[in-house]
Write a protein that binds this ligand. Structure first.
Ligand code: MP5
Length: 213
């Protein structure tokens, strides 16, 4: 089994938390309350906009051959912010809001990984971020059609184009994996699992709002 497949399999219990999450189930059924969508929109906007710092640190540590791909990823995230601003404008959502605790913690975690860990561990973490989101939205994508009011969002992470990007992240990790020492492999496994935990928390926060218990 490839290293990337192993990471996914080890975290199946967490993956099942968003396959589906009540948020994605409601989205697929067309019953998601607008207030919940608005909450998600503002927090995910903050996640992507501040998450660019994590990509910037990864870029600084990247092997030469991955500079191009990482620059493209930065550009994709930046372009995505336009989607968020457009939707926020249409719905009257104020994006100049404060990050909820989970958003703040997830972002701090990513920055810490970027700074403290070797590049490959950061790459495994990026895979965790993108793969978990893809799988969550793919579940919705496969159960909705082009007429869904939130189709632009569902397609953004659920489409075949995004699947190909996640495939690239997996293949690259699998190419990096043989050169990793035992400690780096362990760190990659730990960081990937932690990322999956943050993803669960993020869905919970989007669904329930900010809670501290
Ligand atoms: C992503 C995201 C994917 N937007 N939000 C969370 C909570 N996890 C992952 O990142 P991107 O930049 O939208 O591809």
């Amino acid at each position: 089994m490839s290293f990337s497949a192993k990471l996914r399999n080890e975290n199946d219990a967490l993956w099942q938390r968003w396959l589906p999450h009540p948020f994605t189930r409601a989205l697929a059924e067309g019953s998601l309350e607008e207030a919940v969508f608005r909450r998600w929109l503002a927090q995910d906007y903050l996640f992507v906009s501040e998450g660019l710092r994590f990509l910037g640190v990864l870029l600084a540590k990247a092997p030469h051959g991955l500079l191009d791909a990482l620059s493209d990823t930065i550009h994709t995230w930046k372009t995505e912010l336009g989607l968020f601003r457009e939707a926020a404008g249409a719905l009257g959502v104020d994006l100049a809001t404060r990050p909820y605790f989970v958003t703040r913690a997830y972002l701090d975690f990513l920055l810490a990984v970027g700074h403290q860990e070797p590049f490959a561990v950061g790459w495994a973490t990026l895979l965790g971020v993108e793969k978990s989101y893809h799988d969550a939205w793919r579940w919705v994508y496969e159960r909705t059609d082009a007429g869904h009011p939130y189709r632009a969002w569902i397609g953004n992470w659920g489409s075949d184009t995004f699947a190909a990007f996640v495939g690239f992240l997996e293949n690259t990790l699998d190419e990096l994996a043989p050169a990793l020492g035992e400690a780096e492999r362990e760190a990659a496994r730990r960081r990937f699992a932690e990322t999956a935990r943050y993803e669960v928390l993020f869905w919970e926060m989007a669904w329930h709002g900010e809670q501290f218990e």
